[in-house]
Write a protein that binds this ligand. Structure first.
Ligand code: NCD
Length: 337
C-alpha cells in the first residue's frame, strides 16, 4: 500500500513495512488526544458508519471512540436482525445506501470475504473490522504496535522475535492477520501451539515458510520456550460446526502464573486479542496474571484507539492537519496523568 487516502483497508496484504511504519508514527502522534491532554476537531462534520453484524465490544467501541477523538460523529448499526440484510438485501445494496450516509465505514461480518464484497458497493472507504475466520487487519496492526512497544521496553525490536501463538489458530482471524504481518519482518520464530484440528491454515504456514522464518508446530506447551511473546487466543466457539465440538477444546490451553513460570521467561509478554473466556471451564488467562507486569492485554486495547485514529486520519487524508485543529481540554481528565 503506497496511498492510504481514499482507499479501503481490507487485508494485511495491502501493507508493506513502510506503510506499517507510517501507521505507527501517526498512531504515536495521537497519544495526547487519546490521553485527553488535547482535543482535535480535524474530522468535524465527518460521519463514521460503524456496522457490526457480529458481536463486538472493544473493536466496535474503539473504532467509534477513535473517530470521536478526531472530532467526527458515529452512526452505528449492530446485529444482522436489526438491519435490512435480514430482509434479504445484498451486501452491495446495503453498501451503496449506507455509504451515502457516511464518509467512511468500519464493518464486521461473520462471512469470510464479506467486507470486500461490501466494499465493492461502497462509495466511501471501508475498513475491515473482522470478516469471519478470515482477517482482522486493524487488530493485527494494533497487536504489532503493541509488540513493538513492549519489545522496545525490553531493548529489542520486532526483527528476530520469537512468538508463541496458542489455542484456536484455525478459526482465530487475529492470528491469521498478525502472522502475515510478521512475515514482513526478518528472522521471526513462530511456535504454533494448538490441537491438530485447530492448526493454523496451510496458506499461512506456507507464507511463513516461504518468507524463510523458523516454524515449530506442536500440540502442547513444552519445557521453557524462550518466547518473547506469548499470544493466547480464545476458542472461537461461534465458528465451530457444533457446540459439542467447541466444548472438546475448551480449557485445553489455560494460562496462569504457575504455567507461565514453567514455560516462559520472566520477561515474556502476554497478549490476547480479548475477550478472554473467563468461565471456569475455559479460564484462558487466569486473573492471577493481572498483577504480572508483562500482561499487555489492556495496553493492547488502549493502543487500539491510537492505531484506529491513525488509520482514520490517513484514510481521510488529514494526518498532517490534526494538530492544526487542536484545542485545550478544559475538563478534568484522569487520563492526562
Ligand atoms: C477478536 C475477534 O473478534 O476476532 N476480538 C477482537 O476483535 N479483539 C478475538 C476473539 O473474538 O476471540
Amino acid at each position: 500500500m503506497t496511498e492510504f487516502t481514499g482507499n479501503h483497508i481490507l487485508s494485511v496484504n495491502q501493507f508493506d513495512r513502510d506503510a506499517i511504519e507510517k501507521v505507527f508514527s501517526v498512531a504515536h502522534s495521537m497519544e495526547p488526544y487519546a490521553r485527553r491532554e488535547k482535543r482535535t476537531t480535524v474530522l468535524n462534520g465527518a460521519i463514521l458508519g460503524n456496522l457490526f453484524f457480529e458481536p463486538s465490544t472493544r473493536t466496535r467501541v474503539s473504532f467509534g471512540t477513535a473517530f470521536n477523538l478526531l472530532g467526527g460523529e458515529v452512526r452505528e448499526t449492530t446485529g444482522m436482525d436489526n438491519s435490512a440484510l435480514a430482509k434479504g438485501e445484498s451486501l452491495f445494496d446495503t453498501a451503496r445506501v449506507l455509504s451515502g450516509y457516511s464518509d467512511i465505514i468500519a464493518m464486521r461480518h461473520p462471512a469470510a470475504g464479506s467486507v470486500s464484497e461490501f466494499a465493492e458497493g461502497s462509495r466511501v472507504p471501508v475498513i475491515n473490522g473482522g470478516d469471519g475466520a478470515n482477517e482482522h487487519p486493524t487488530q493485527a496492526l494494533l497487536d504489532l504496535f503493541t509488540i513493538k512497544r513492549e519489545l522496545n521496553y525490553h531493548g529489542a525490536g520486532i526483527d528476530g522475535l520469537h512468538i508463541a501463538m496458542i489455542g484456536d489458530l484455525r478459526y482465530g482471524r487475529t492470528v491469521h492477520s498478525l502472522s502475515r504481518l510478521l512475515c514482513l519482518f526478518k528472522n521471526i520464530r513462530f511456535t504454533l501451539i494448538s490441537p491438530a484440528e485447530l492448526a493454523m491454515p496451510q496458506p499461512i504456514v506456507d507464507a511463513i515458510k516461504d518468507a524463510g522464518h523458523q516454524l515449530t508446530i506442536t500440540d502442547q506447551l513444552e519445557g521453557n520456550m524462550d518466547a518473547d511473546i506469548c499470544y493466547q487466543t480464545r476458542i472461537q466457539e461461534e465458528r465451530f460446526p457444533s457446540q459439542e465440538e467447541a466444548n472438546r477444546y475448551r480449557g485445553k490451553f489455560r494460562l496462569n502464573q504457575a504455567i507461565y513460570t514453567r514455560h516462559f521467561q520472566s520477561k515474556t509478554v502476554i497478549m490476547h486479542p480479548l475477550p478472554r473466556d473467563s468461565r471456569m471451564e475455559a479460564n484462558e488467562l487466569d486473573i492471577d496474571l493481572n498483577v504480572n507486569p508483562n500482561l499487555a492485554i489492556f495496553r493492547q486495547t488502549d493502543n487500539g484507539v491510537l492505531v484506529r485514529m491513525a488509520l482514520f486520519a490517513l484514510t481521510l487524508g488529514v494526518e498532517d492537519l490534526v494538530s492544526k485543529y487542536e484545542r485545550d481540554v478544559v475538563w478534568h481528565s484522569n487520563k492526562s496523568s
